[in-house]
Write a protein that binds this ligand. Structure first.
Ligand code: MG
Length: 183
C-alpha cells in the first residue's frame, strides 16, 4: 500500500507562521480559527500571488513553524509500518529546501519526496491512500476511487460525507482508519 502524506497543515502547522507574517505585513491579527474557508485570502483582499508569497515567507522562517501535533515522528513511523509513505506536496519550488529541512529537523521518516505543481491535484498519482487537509485534493482523490483521509482543519469543515473520505483529528486516528480499510 502506498500512502501520500501532505506537509502543509498535516505535519507542519504552517498557517500559524503564515498568520504571523501576515500580521507583520498588514498589521492585522487573525487566529487560526478565522481561517475557515480554503480561499480565505479572497476575504482578506489578497491576490493568489500575495497569498503564496506569504507562504514562501513563512517557509523561509521554517525553524519557527510548529508541528501540528505531539510526537509526529512516532506517528509517521506507525503509518510507515502499514505501507510506503511518500511526502507529496504542492509547495512552490523555492520553498522545497526549507520543507526538507523542517522534515529532517522533526525526524520525519519517508520513502520519497514528491512535489506536484502548485495548485494541482494529487488524486491521479499512484497512491491508495491520501492524507491531506485540502478539500479539493480529498474530493478529487475520493472521486478517483482512492481512500482520502481528511486532516481536520477549520478550512475543511464543509467537505460532505463520502464513502471514500474519512475525517481524522490527528495521525493516530489516520493509522486506525487505514488499518480498517479494505484493499
Ligand atoms: Mg496541506
Amino acid at each position: 500500500m502506498k500512502i501520500a502524506l501532505d506537509v502543509d497543515s498535516v505535519l507542519a502547522d504552517v498557517i500559524v507562521t503564515w498568520l504571523k507574517v501576515y500580521q507583520q505585513l498588514h498589521s492585522k491579527h487573525l487566529k487560526k480559527a478565522d481561517v475557515n474557508t480554503w480561499d480565505f485570502w479572497k476575504r482578506l483582499n489578497l491576490s493568489r500571488q500575495q497569498f503564496e508569497d506569504i507562504f514562501t515567507e513563512a517557509w523561509n522562517k521554517w525553524e519557527q513553524i510548529p508541528p501540528t501535533e505531539e510526537d509526529l515522528a512516532g506517528k509517521v513511523e506507525k503509518l510507515r509500518a502499514l505501507g510506503i509513505v511518500d511526502i507529496v506536496t504542492g509547495r512552490s519550488r523555492e520553498t522545497i529546501p526549507y520543507v526538507k529541512e523542517w522534515l529532517n529537523q522533526h525526524n520525519i521518516g519517508y520513502e520519497k519526496f514528491v512535489r506536484v505543481p502548485l495548485n494541482s491535484f494529487k488524486g491521479h498519482l499512484a497512491y491508495e491512500v491520501f492524507i491531506d487537509d485540502s478539500p479539493h485534493n480529498v474530493i478529487d482523490a475520493a472521486g478517483k476511487n482512492r481512500y482520502s483521509i481528511l486532516y481536520d482543519q477549520p478550512w475543511n469543515q464543509d467537505v460532505s460525507l463520502h464513502p471514500n473520505i474519512f475525517r481524522v483529528r490527528n495521525l493516530s486516528e489516520a493509522v486506525q482508519v487505514i488499518k480498517s480499510l479494505r484493499f
